[in-house]
Ligand binder design. Structure first.
Ligand SMILES: Cc1cc2nc3c(=O)[nH]c(=O)nc-3n(C[C@H](O)[C@H](O)[C@H](O)COP(=O)(O)OP(=O)(O)OC[C@H]3O[C@@H](n4cnc5c(N)ncnc54)[C@H](O)[C@@H]3O)c2cc1C
Length: 507
C-alpha cells in the first residue's frame, strides 16, 4: 500500500474560463503521468460566455503557463488594454480614466501624488492623467512594446487584454488536453458521498461514473457541488451593490481606431461596457432589476450600439456576493460557483487566477487539513471584500441624482474599511494599499479623484520642496510621458504586426 500523502486524482466540473484556467494550470504544475486530471463539461449547458476584459495580472498567468503572447493574441482575437474610461459616472458629461501602472514617480521618498495634490489644491498641477503613460497612450489609441531604457516610462508600461472569452476557454482547453488533461463531454447529474461527507463520485447523464480524491467546482452560477452538495452558504451583498442583471450584445465597430481601453458609461439603472476586440465590439448593460427591467434595459443598450448587432442578446442574472466557505472537505469552488462581484473593474477572471494560485499554495494532501482549508477560505473572503469595497467606491461617490438608482447608490451605508479609506484621503490625501489588496494606490487615487472626492490636505513634508521646483518636476514628468507616448505605434497597427508575425509578439 502506498504511504504517500499526495492525492493523485482531481475532477473539475465545468468548462468555462474557470474550469479551463484551472485545468491548464494543473497540467503545467503537476506531472500528469502521476496525477489524473479530468474535466467534465456539458455542451448542452451554456456557460456565461462573457468576461472579456482583464487586468494586468493575466499577463503573469499566461507567462506562468509559458503561453506565447503572439499565439494568444491571434487565437483569442485579443486587443491590449491600458485601463478603463468612466463616462458619466460623476455627473453626466464628465469622464475620467483609471489607468494601469502608476502616476508619476516618487520624489524625495514621498509618493508623487502628494506633490501634484498640493499644486492641484492651489489651482495648478495639471490633469492627473497626464502623469500616467498608460492614460496618455490610451487617449491617443497607441500601444506597443518597444525596447526602452529602464528609466523610460515605456519600460514599465502596464497592460492587460480584451479577448473573446469563448476563444480563450478553447485556447486553454487545447493547452490542457494536449498536456494530458482528460475532457469528458457530459452532464453531471448525481453525486455520491463517503460517510465523512467527502464527495466520492459523480454520475453523468449517460450513466458514466467519475471518481476522484479532490473535486473542483467550476460549474458557474449553478454551484453544483459547492452549494448544492456541500451546502455552502452565501454572503449576499446586493444591498450595497444592487446591480444583478446584464444584457450582452456584440456588434460591428464603427471606430477606425481600436481603443486600447474599456469604456464604462453610467446609465439610468447601472452602466454599459464597450470592449473592443479585433473582430467586434463587446457591449453590455449591467443594471439593477430593482430599478429597471429587461425591456427598458435592452432598449437603452440597443439604442447606443455603434454598429450592426452580431448576435442575439445574452441575458444574465446573478446574486452579488460570495460563499465564505468556498472550500469544504474535498471540494473547492473556483469562478462563479464561489461568488461574483459585478464586472465594473474586470475582476472575474482575476479572482479565478488568484483562487488557483491560493489553491496551489495550499494544495491538499490526502488528509485535507482543516487548517489549510480555513486559511484558503479566510484569504478568499478578504480578497472578495477588498474588491467589493473598491467597486462600491465608484457608486457611493457619484454626484448623480437623476434616477432612483443613483439616489439609492448615494445612500448606501459604507463598510468600515471603505469609510476609513475615504476619510484618510479627504483629510490628508493619503492612499494606502492594505494587506496586499488587489487594487493599488494608483487605482484608489484614480477613482477617488476621478469621482470628484476632494482632499483637504497633502503630505506636509512636500513643503520642503520649493513650489517652483515642484512645478518644474511636474512639467518635466508630463513632457517625458507625452514624448514617450508619441513614440508608440497606433494600437491597431501593433496588433496587425503581432497577428502577422508567427511565433511571438512583436517587441
Ligand atoms: C455580465 C458579466 C460580465 C462579465 N465580464 C467580465 C469581464 O469583463 N472580465 C472578467 O474578468 N470577468 C467578467 N465576468 C466574469 C466571468 O465571466 C467569469 O468569471 C468567468 O466566465 C468564469 O465563469 P465560470 O467558468 O465560473 O462559469 P461559466 O462560464 O458559466 O461555466 C460553467 C461551466 O459549467 C458547466 N456545467 C454547469 N453545470 C454542469 C453540469 N451539470 N454538468 C457538466 N457541466 C456543467 C457548463 O457547461 C460550463 O462549461 C463577467 C460576468 C458576467 C456575468
Amino acid at each position: 500500500m502506498s504511504s504517500s500523502i499526495s492525492i493523485t486524482s482531481i475532477a473539475i466540473v465545468g468548462g468555462g474560463s474557470a474550469g479551463w484556467m484551472t485545468a491548464a494550470t494543473l497540467s503545467k504544475v503537476l506531472d500528469l503521468t502521476k496525477y489524473r486530471v479530468t474535466l467534465i463539461e456539458s455542451d448542452n449547458i451554456k456557460g456565461v460566455s462573457v468576461g472579456e476584459a482583464t487586468i494586468p495580472q493575466i499577463t503573469l498567468f499566461n507567462r506562468i503557463l509559458g503561453i506565447d503572447e503572439g499565439d494568444f493574441i491571434r487565437a483569442t482575437k485579443a486587443t491590449y488594454k491600458l485601463g478603463i474610461e468612466f463616462k458619466d459616472w460623476k455627473q453626466r458629461g464628465h469622464a475620467y480614466f483609471h489607468p494601469f501602472g502608476t502616476f508619476g514617480i516618487n520624489m524625495d521618498a514621498l509618493p508623487f501624488h502628494h506633490f501634484w495634490l498640493k499644486r492641484f489644491n492651489e489651482g495648478a498641477g495639471g490633469d492627473l492623467s497626464t502623469f500616467s503613460i498608460e492614460a496618455v497612450a490610451a487617449k491617443q489609441c497607441r500601444f506597443g512594446r518597444v525596447n526602452a531604457q529602464n528609466n523610460s516610462p515605456l519600460a514599465n508600461m502596464s497592460y492587460a487584454y480584451h479577448f473573446d472569452s469563448t476563444l480563450y476557454a478553447g485556447f486553454l482547453r487545447d493547452y490542457a488536453t494536449s498536456r494530458g488533461v482528460t475532457r469528458i463531454n457530459g452532464k453531471v447529474e448525481t453525486v455520491s458521498k463517503h460517510p465523512n461527507g467527502h464527495i466520492k463520485s459523480l454520475t453523468l447523464q449517460d450513466g458514466q461514473s467519475i471518481s476522484a480524491e479532490f473535486y473542483i467546482d467550476c460549474s458557474g452560477f449553478r454551484s453544483l457541488l459547492l452549494e448544492r452538495e456541500m451546502g455552502a452558504t452565501f454572503n449576499d451583498w446586493s444591498d450595497v451593490l444592487p446591480c444583478d442583471s446584464a444584457i450582452a450584445i456584440p456588434c460591428t465597430s464603427a471606430d477606425p481606431a481600436i481603443k486600447p481601453y474599456t469604456q464604462s458609461t453610467a446609465k439610468v439603472a447601472g452602466w454599459t461596457w464597450r470592449i473592443p476586440l479585433q473582430h467586434r465590439i463587446g457591449n453590455g448593460y449591467v443594471y439593477s432589476s430593482q430599478f429597471s427591467n429587461r425591456d427598458a434595459a435592452l432598449n437603452e443598450l440597443v439604442t447606443q450600439l455603434e454598429g450592426k448587432p452580431l448576435a442575439e442578446p445574452n441575458f444574465l442574472a446573478w446574486k452579488t456576493g460570495m460563499r465564505p466557505q468556498s472550500w469544504i472537505k474535498n471540494c473547492v469552488g473556483i469562478g462563479l460557483s464561489a461568488g461574483f462581484i459585478e464586472p465594473l473593474e474586470s475582476t472575474g477572471l482575476h479572482l479565478i487566477q488568484s483562487a488557483i494560485a491560493r489553491l496551489m499554495t495550499l494544495f491538499p494532501s490526502r488528509r485535507f487539513c482543516q487548517s489549510d482549508i480555513d486559511m484558503y477560505n479566510r484569504q478568499t473572503v478578504k480578497e472578495f471584500e477588498q474588491i467589493r469595497d473598491f467597486i462600491l467606491l465608484h457608486y457611493v461617490l457619484t454626484e448623480r441624482d437623476d434616477s432612483e438608482f443613483w439616489r439609492y447608490c448615494r445612500s448606501v451605508t459604507l463598510t468600515g474599511s471603505l469609510q476609513e479609506k475615504i476619510q484618510l484621503y479627504k483629510d490628508s490625501g493619503r492612499v494606502f494599499r492594505v494587506d496586499n489588496e488587489l487594487f493599488n494606490e494608483t487605482s484608489w487615487l484614480a477613482v477617488m479623484h476621478g469621482q470628484g472626492l476632494k482632499s483637504e490636505g497633502y503630505h506636509p513634508l512636500v513643503e520642503r520642496m520649493p513650489t517652483a521646483l515642484i512645478d518644474e518636476r511636474l512639467e518635466h514628468i508630463a513632457s517625458v510621458i507625452a514624448k514617450s507616448a508619441s513614440l508608440l505605434p497606433a494600437h491597431g497597427d501593433f496588433i496587425s504586426q503581432v497577428c502577422s508575425s508567427e511565433g511571438s509578439a512583436a517587441t
